[in-house]
Each structure stands twice: as structure tokens, then as C-alpha cells.
Ligand binder design. Sequence first.
Ligand code: AOF
Ligand code: ZN
Length: 386
Amino acid sequence: MHNRPVYCWSRASVHAFQVETSIGKARGLELGRIGLCMANAWTADEQQFMQRALDVAERGRGKVSPNPLVGCVLVKNSEIIAEGWHDHLGGLHAEQMAIHDAESNGHSPNGAVAYVTLEPCNHFGRTPPCTEALMWAGVKEVVVAHYDPNPTVRGKGIQVLQDAGIEVRQGLLESKASIQMSPFLHWCEHRRPQVTVKMAVDANGSVDDRHIEAQRFTSEACLDRVHMLRNECDAILVGAETVIRDDPLLTVRRVPCERQPLRVVLDPNNRTPPTAKMFVDGLETLHMKEDFSSLSALLNLLGDREIQRLMVEGGPKTVSSFLDQGLVDEFYFIQSPVVHTEPVASGIDAKRLTAVGLTLVSTEEWGDEVLHFWSRLNTSTHNAGS
Ligand code: AOF
Ligand code: ZN
């Protein structure tokens, strides 16, 4: 095991300030109607409660898309009496699970304060409205981290609670919540997936060794992390070159997986063999041949399918196209200590990533490799690969 330094830096972001007031802007509301709090107005206890709600929300990671990760805790007399999270698509919403948890623990939610990472919904979807559940449970106050930009919610959840005499305050740990649910927020705003690139290189920045047959050169532990990351994405994209050289499966295999990501192959000149594993294993692959017009149109198409996070695992050419068109939101750059004999340059370095608006957020060990995580999102609270 190598002893490598683990360090992290980011630029202070104005985005955090912008999202503090986003609910007022989005709804054109008088700010006075909603208890918008500046970050320093929250007590340490309140921050801890919301942090716990963010932590339990993580339990749904990889299982809730196209819904966001959401967590909720109920607090009485400064103690957490119940917790809930959106665990899987079609499962209870976080608030409903927390109320159920209180009841099954022998605690009454009546008079509790709910800390919830997303504005409670007010619509009948896969579940009945959380606003009604909270009112029925007798919750006296609701503290919200982030408002819900889903057109069916957009402030209506907060409004209904306030109309029922429940105090609502919003904005606690809002930027952390916005990072946690960024694919959902990005999709609500753009109706396109957030684009995450993963690329592994040798010690000199080469993606492949032409001297030998195509094979993985990163460690088993690193591969585990890559499969975790795949599991958090709704679709995985490669170019024709990668299919021809590597014949990959691009499935999630090393971690429990409830739904395999959609595979997408960019193959405008129809060069891939029909026998490629991805075309014959019975799972869905979107094969973009003559019908491929542009990356932008493809992202729209994927957005229409509610693909909220797309992982690009392609080679240098495919990755370059995404970078050149300013379409990359996150970049997982994995550096291995091996040295290729007949290298293939990745063309990626810090200058290139900085030029397209990405910032180095963290550097950490992934098995024998070092992961450099770059992002354009408000990165101060980001946890790579969490
Ligand atoms: C909440 N609590 O835990 C979640 C919410 O189709 P449905 O019924 O699953 O509703 C999905 C929408 O509800 C989703 O797009 C988002 O706006 C909100 N998610 N709301 O109050 C939760 N997961
Ligand atoms: Zn709900």
C-alpha cells in the first residue's frame, strides 16, 4: 500500500449564495412569507440534524433515480426520535418513512420538528403527498434544505404546510443538499443528464498499451469503485473504438445493482461488429449509428428518457468531443503507477480540464491508483465517489 497524500481544495463559490435565495427567485414570492435563513442563523444542533438527514439519504444512492436522494429526521426535545429516507424508486418518501419509524419506535411524531433535505411533495405520484402525512402526524415545524424544482412541487409543498399553520424554514445546508441531489436538480433545470467522465491512464497519461492485447491495467480495488460509480449512473456511453478494441460489457457487476444502466454506443459510421458482447447479452444498448446527429441532440434524447446522470467511459476521441463542446460536469481522472510500452496519449491534463470550467476538488486513493476528481458543480462540500 502506498502512502500518498490526500488533499482537497476548491474555490469559494458564489453559487452557494445564489441557491440560498433560489426559492424566492423561482417562485417570485415575497421572501418574508418563507423563513429563509442565512447560513449563520442556524444553530449547531439544527445543522447536526440536517446533516443526519443528508447522511441517511445516502442509503438510497444508486436506487432512486429518476427521483432524488432525500432524507428526513424527526426531532423532539432536541433528540432525534425517528429517521427516514427515500430508499428505492416506488418506496416510501423520506418523510413518510420517518413518520412510520417514529410510530413503530413507540414515539409520537405529534409536535416534532421535521428536518428534510428536499421540500415535501404535495402531489399524488407513486406515493401520496408528504405534506398530508406531515400534517396528519401533527408535525409542528418543517426545516427544508433545498426547494423542489419539480414542476409538480416548486414551492407548493411549503405553501400548503404554511397555510396549515406549520412553520417552515428553508436553506439549512442547502448547498450540501444541492450537491447530493445534483443529477436530479440538473435534469429539472436542463432536461438533460449531468455528464460524468471516467478515464484511467498510466503513469505517463496513456489510456492503452498497443504493445499487448486490450486488458484492464488498474487494480481490483479501483475496479470496485468504478462499478460503484456506474451503479450511480443511469447510462454509460462509449465510442465505436472502445467497442472494437475492448468489447466491454459495461454492466454493474461488483456491487449489488437493482437496475443496469442503459448502454450507449456512438457509432456514426457503423463500424462495430454485431457480435460485440453489448449487442448480444440481452440487456438494452442504444446503438447510435446514422441517426447520430450531435452530442447535444443525444443528451436531449437521453433527457427525454429521464436519464439524469450519464457516465462517459469512452476513449480519448469520445471524451475530447464532450470536453470540446463544454458538456462535461464531472471528471474522474484515475492515474495508475503502471507504464505502458506502446502508449496512447489521453490528451487530458490539468490545463485542459481547467480550460473547460472544471476545478480539482479532491485527490484520493482508489486501490493502487490515485483518483483526481474534477467538477464544475459547487464543489466545497463534494465527496467524490460517495
Ligand atoms: C419528497 N420526499 O423522499 C422524495 C420526493 O413519483 P413519486 O411519487 O416518487 O414522486 C417523485 C417526485 O417527488 C420527485 O420527482 C421529487 O419531486 C419528489 N421527491 N419528495 O417529499 C421524498 N423522494
Ligand atoms: Zn413526498
